[in-house]
Design a protein around this ligand. Sequence first.
Ligand SMILES: Cc1ncc(COP(=O)(O)O)c(C=O)c1O
Length: 431
Amino acid sequence: MSVESTLARHGGTPVITKAFPPYKSLGEEEIQAANRVLRSGVLSAFLGSRGPGFYGGPEVQALEREAADRFGVKRVVAVNSWTSGLVAAMGAIGLEPGDEVIVTPWTMVATATAILQWNAIPVFADIDPQTFNIDPDAVEAAVTHRTRAIAAVDIFGQSANLFALREIADRYNLKIVTDTAQAPGAMYNGIPAGTMADIGGFSLNYHKHIHCGEGGLLVTNDDCLADRLQLIRNHGEAVINSNSPQDLSNILGHNFRLGEIEAAIAREQLHKLSGLVASRQLAASRLTNALSRLPGIIPPFVPEGSTHVYYVYGMTLDLDELCFDRAWILDALSAEGVTGLFAGYQNIHLNPLFIQRIAYGTSGFPWIGLKSGDSKVSYAPGLCPVAEKLHQHTFLGLNLCAHAFTNDEIDHVIAAFEKVWFYLEGGRQSL
Ligand SMILES: Cc1ncc(COP(=O)(O)O)c(C=O)c1O
């Protein structure tokens, strides 16, 4: 592809002059599914009282059966968002106020706030600089006598190191919750990502590979945990009887119920998951082929045994190789018309919620006033140096679920990178 060499940032013609169409996973099948529910007139069949309605309507229950088949798990509990799913999961594993849960700082904030919802304490452990997933060594270093669980996130589209995490969890008698919001369809040593934890699950929000507007799927192979998840989803305290699970702690007043239209759409989306994942993988491999030839840019690293589904194409910049900082590079690429790019991601340990300890009121609860004594957990800068450096200086992401990204569109993105890198190379040589 021949392109003019003056950077768009300096007044030249951008490589990409026409906006790419947005990513769209919905089609006629979803329209028909939604219409089927509308015609039935029953938009939700959930009832917060004893009886069959406690478990939701036909679409919700069919979605749960089909998702259990798709992901190879015993039980699925559908919820109205993955944030709800995370809250339910943290409750179901039996967190007590003051229990510590080790969690990555490089995630959407709901992974950590779900812990706080049960008055438990998030403890942040740093990430692996290559995969951006929680580092098992950092997890082990963070274990204390208060640790009850590990919350691992399969960030950007590939599984965390679940073999190592499971080994640590077994050694210290911890539960594992995985947040696979961004990695449905990814595989880890032949096992679907999200299914190796005590409880895992997926987001079905609009921005993900597959969606139904808002929604989430909890997955587990543990019947007792699945029963507790169902109770937490739907005002479980109202239906407790002699058949209920023995452990009734944390069963209190929630409505995390998914609607029938959303469930019907999600069923269709599940059928499309493999194809949608394959199209992201194709785009990513085309990008990697080209970008790995450019100095100072490190494409996503995929460990052996893992498949990546590329919710985000995560790159690291080697700033010693490049003579411009990340802000300049992002600006230059954006001026060339590349959309969906972003610099840095999350350092949630530095969120004011944690630093100022203002989750509930202003007195520092739940970090103080615990039966087991005040929490000494730190949220200071420097706690997670790998995540902090990536966030502040070196990480560059491309949202691969922002556009369809046909081969042609990916080639335009590559041309934009090559044009900017050609300029950078010139700058380097003139130093
Ligand atoms: C890693 C991660 N966790 C949790 C969530 C929350 O999911 P939802 O928006 O379905 O509540 C998201 C959504 O962006 C996410 O990416």
